[in-house]
Design a protein around this ligand. Sequence first.
Ligand code: ADP
Length: 500
Amino acid sequence: MKPKLNVLFLAAEADPFIKIGGLGDYAGSLPLALHGIVPTSEDETGIDIRLVIPFYGAIQQKQYPLKRVAAFEVPHAGGSLPAEALMLEMRGLPVYFISGSMIPADAPVYTSDPAEDGRKFTFFSLCALELARSLEWPPDIVHANDWHTAPAVYALSLIQRDSDPVFNNAAALLGLHNLPYLGAGAEQALDEFGLPPAENSALPGWAKQMPLPLGLLAADHIVAPSPTYAQEILTPEFGSGLHSFLRQRKQDISGILNGIDVNRWDPRTDEQLKANYSHEDLTPRKVNKTALQQEFNLEVDADIPLIIIISRMDKQKGIDLVPDALRHIAGQRWQAVILGTGDPVLEAAVRGLENNLPDQVRVAVRFDAALSRRMYGAADIILIPSRYEPCGLNQMIGMRYGVVPVARATGGLKDTIQDYDLSEESTGFLFDKESASALSEAIRRALAVYENRDAWTQLQQRCMQQDFSWDRFARQYLTLYRSLARAKAARQPGSSQTEV
Ligand code: ADP
């Protein structure tokens, strides 16, 4: 048997321990999926992946049965700071929790103080590396994510300058889930932890001591959550001021889609649905539609196309385009149920729409996971008019439940939805222009196809048969890990690297 590929996976959050947003979904599911991959032949390297997250107060309260596995210190301007690592196994996956004074038990995961978060996450990043040393477990890959753990990538590059047997062979991969969050305000924290600005580097001057740019500079490879978004970040529109720099790193940037947990999101077993169903027979969906129409006091009629939105109320999501777009088509037969919270201005705008079109539109301003499932199980069309969308889960979950997406052709939406063109591949309706009329035109196209019941049912069935499972995308990560480890090993002649 070949030795396993050691992967140290760092994130600021991971479901089910702690989840604030999409990063939590990603870090809670990708390592598990990778852990579950069994080598297909004797010649293939297996994987020993270990997840590391901070031991926040919210996790401490859950009282997991944890084992204390390591204690160490990290250097700091004010004197070395002690830390310890606790551990449990989640379905066989080792998960480590880092505790120490910079990760206060009474603070939220993300505070409104960038300096405090800078200290917390720089400390955490350095601790994660120290943990590998304590465990005498040399990583082949250090996979960090977003600005919070980007300092680990930068620190690794500094450590490797002074040859270090634990880290010499480690290739660094930085996952980019939210480019606009660069970690501004953490400059001082980096300094305190001995991470200097990258003075003579290709980074623009303003970015030379910011966590994410430093990670982007030092990483062996950068991975975005969709191939299209990986290209878009090279443009001024999406590049957050780093597009010129990122263009220089173009060869080292790729995109791999995120998967969804296909067991958690399954219309055959979803307990929130009145009627479960599969792609083989969509008729039970009518029961769910009737129930939702009754719940929202809308006219009960299975033939009226039901449009939904389930989204953060944020400009990123293009919610500001929705009221006008729906007003444009108010003369047609459709109903809409909108679920979301966020920006009060956008909440007020959709409420205004509900007042204007009382027979057609209903709005629920809250976060409600159970309602979202009832909506996925009942609706015909889901609107996703995002300005930018690194990956997007909304469309994948919708498709899995037979809801046809009408979405802007950007980022992961473009990569997961095939625009309607009568072909055997179409799975939705895409539009390019960031405008209410482009959105309403796309909805019109969808409503026209809806009139042809057979064509619509086939479209729904095609959506439901798309494979968005993590298994597929985790294999792409494993291939990437292997090639990065191979490239690193090739650059280290004579070292005793893992053969991959
Ligand atoms: P983002 O992570 O940028 O908000 P995604 O499309 O990647 O967007 O993921 C959004 C997820 O959050 C989806 O699973 C969606 O169903 C869910 N969601 C968004 N808003 C709500 C809400 N108000 N109530 C319930 N679920 C919501």
